[in-house]
Design a protein around this ligand. Structure first.
Ligand SMILES: [Zn+2]
Ligand SMILES: [Zn+2]
Length: 212
């Protein structure tokens, strides 16, 4: 019963930006949570990068692969990695400066071992997302969808449990200390976050509304 199992074949799925400057891979590919997020913040990030058509699906959703940062390895191009926050306290949203490819979202505290990788950085190096990571498990934050999307409360609970297992397990086994997004000595992100001003945020929000 493949659909009911979280554990798929573990492969090193290639990760790269559109232009190929940033390269790496995601290990333990079977041990992830895959969902589509429809929240306005994810949509705003897609607009910030100027690539909403490539990042968002027809309903405004972003296909996200949630895993532990310890499973993400960059092999080249780390210097093009940048991050932004939609607001002072928002998630750190990582992308590349070479070609504005979204990479993923982390919390500001690296001890919460979690990264939501945005599908675009996993599509350029070959290998199908379905084969490596399994099917989409849930559709979340569906209140902001542009059109009808089915949200199942059971799927949502599974996603939350899965998140706790990912982040909690990493806390216990110490793997949260392996992250390519932070210096674990100082706790600082490897790139200084660009925090959007209120007017920048409002401009992005207007672009989302104009596509609704
Ligand atoms: Zn690039
Ligand atoms: Zn979101």
């Amino acid at each position: 019963m493949r659909a009911a199992s979280w554990e798929l074949v573990a492969v090193n799925h290639p990760l790269q930006c559109r232009c190929g400057t940033l390269k790496g891979y995601v290990s333990h590919s079977g041990n992830v949570n895959r969902c589509v997020c429809y929240c306005r913040d994810c949509q705003a990030f897609a607009h910030f990068l100027g690539r909403p058509a490539e990042i968002l699906d027809a309903q405004g959703g972003t296909d996200v692969i949630q895993t532990r940062p310890a499973n993400v390895t960059f092999t080249q191009g780390r210097d093009v990695l940048a991050c932004m926050r939609l607001a002072e306290k928002g998630l750190l949203r990582w992308y590349t400066t070479c070609c504005n490819t979204p990479v993923g979202n982390t919390l500001a505290d690296f001890r919460v071992s979690f990264v939501g990788l945005v599908h675009n950085c996993l599509e350029g190096g070959g290998g199908s997302l379905d084969d490596s990571f399994g099917p989409i498990r849930a559709h979340v934050n569906t209140k902001s969808t542009q059109g009808k999307v089915q949200s199942s409360p059971v799927a949502m609970v599974l996603v939350i449990l899965r998140f706790i297992a990912l982040a909690g397990g990493a806390r216990i086994n110490g793997s949260y200390k392996r992250t390519p997004f932070f210096s674990v000595d100082t706790g600082a992100p490897v790139a200084t976050p660009k925090v959007l001003s209120l007017s920048e945020r409002e401009a992005l929000s207007a672009r989302i509304s104009s596509t609704e």
